[in-house]
Design a protein around this ligand. Structure first.
Ligand code: LLP
Length: 416
């Protein structure tokens, strides 16, 4: 497996140079743990082939928006792909550069557009005619011109889970391919917007580059057609979507993917942009949890752990598979368990039918939890959200303290 920065040493699972058992005793469980070295390596792998080119990689921060994660990428020179005014505020709080921000999403509010204009973001990825009209109006009202690109739906099948597939005609995302030229003509005539680029994003956790390259070809055809109409396209944003290895997958190599894109772009003068989320953070994080009970029923064994679907929703929502590893070796025989949380839902599970040699009270590491883990967590069952720790070499830093129960209802009031 490629969990390089989360490996056993003397049988004890570590995050870089820190034993996970030490993190559990210092910060408790459940806790998300990120490796700074793993984040950094993922960044360099993604960007290596882009060196020396006009390119901007905007980390899709919806995957993991902890300030320490954002700041790590900001220091490496990343831009950010945001989907809300809240995310923009986080970028600024993490010392990111708002001028390297692109704003995606189908439902941008007026105040969010104004905030983004105020901070001179790099580009708005516009997803409909009413949104174009709104961006134009807000920008004019502020005496500004908004840089825009259209998110064009290339109508290709990403071949991934239907909930995270976005590039087909029936998805809510983007403008229809056949409408693109007409909308660009319209945008070119509007005083409050300036046509900057073109963009697409066809889905997430793609393990085959073929659909991504098919989308690229369709985008390039539009770039050429628009150029011929006198509407120059300055940047091409190919979105995110590059998958990672959760267990048996063989995800595309980012370097080979980049080389192929560069080859196909040929002599066109286009700034290249990307919006990777999962690829940069997925394998750089784990969720550490403790076994509360081992419960045996006639049909099944259950390992009841202190993390639940409110901490990591992916298994419940997408039937996603995350490897689960015992942190310390145990002298007991392995048995098959459903690893479940304490939440009152049958859909509350972290993994099914896993062979584990464990005792009550021991620690388990849920792997590849750096993307769409903490960000999708909730307080269901009045469960405080997990702590987050980032490890750098031999030092664990608490990058978000565990919530207290009192905080969870601090904003609530009873009637007089
Ligand atoms: N750009 C846009 C416009 C997006 O909608 C997304 C993800 C990305 C970039 C980043 O995609 P990535 O590189 O991470 O594949 N919660 C789901 C994934 C939802 C993805 C939503 N959009 C999961 O846990 O699998």
């Amino acid at each position: 497996m490629n969990f390089d920065f989360f490996e056993p040493r003397d049988g004890q699972l570590h995050a870089e140079d820190v034993p996970l058992a030490r993190i559990a005793s210092e910060f408790g469980t459940p806790t998300y743990i990120y490796s700074k070295a793993a984040l950094t390596r993922a960044w360099y792998e993604f960007t290596a082939e882009l060196a020396g080119r006009d390119a901007l990689v905007c980390y899709a921060m919806k995957a993991n928006s902890n300030l320490a994660v954002l700041n790590t990428f900001a220091r490496l020179g990343a831009g950010f792909d945001i989907v809300s005014g809240g995310e923009l505020t986080r970028v600024i709080a993490a010392d990111g550069d708002p001028r390297k921000v692109i704003f995606s999403g189908v439902g941008k509010r007026v105040d969010e557009i104004a905030l983004a204009l105020h901070h001179d973001i790099h580009c708005f990825n516009v997803e409909s005619l009413p949104e174009l009209e709104r961006v134009n109006a807000v920008a004019q009202g502020l005496g500004k011109q908004a840089p825009i690109s259209f998110r064009v739906n290339p109508d290709v099948d990403a071949g991934t889970h239907p909930y995270i597939s976005t590039g087909l005609k029936e998805n809510k995302f983007g403008i229809e391919y056949g409408m693109a030229i007409a909308l660009y003509r319209k945008a070119a005539s509007m005083p409050g917007v300036r046509v900057a680029g073109i963009d697409c994003h066809i889905g997430s956790q793609l393990t085959d580059v073929a659909p991504l390259l098919q989308a690229l070809e369709r985008m390039l055809a539009l770039v050429d057609a628009l150029g011929a109409e006198g509407i120059p396209i300055h940047h091409l944003d190919l979105g995110g979507g590059l998958g990672i290895r959760y267990s048996g997958e063989t995800p595309p190599d980012p370097r080979a993917y980049m080389r192929e894109i560069i080859r196909r772009i040929g002599s066109r003068r286009l700034k290249l942009m990307f919006e990777p989320g999962r690829n940069l953070v997925g394998n750089a994080g784990i969720l550490l949890t403790r076994v509360e009970h081992l419960k045996t029923a006639s049909a099944k064994n259950f390992a009841v752990v202190d993390a639940a679907m409110n901490d990591l929703l992916r298994p419940s929502l997408y039937s996603a598979h995350h490897e689960i590893i015992a942190v310390s070796p145990s002298d007991v025989m392995p048995q098959r368990y459903d690893v479940v949380g304490p939440v009152c839902e049958s859909g509350d599970f972290i993994g099914k039918d896993r062979a584990l040699a464990i005792r009550e009270g021991e620690l388990l590491a849920v792997m590849s939890a750096g993307a769409y883990g903490m960000v999708m967590s909730s307080n269901y069952n009045t469960r405080p959200r997990a702590a987050e720790v980032m490890v750098d070499g031999a030092t664990p830093y608490l990058v978000r303290r565990r919530e207290s129960v009192a905080e969870l209802f601090a904003g609530e009031r009873i009637l007089p």
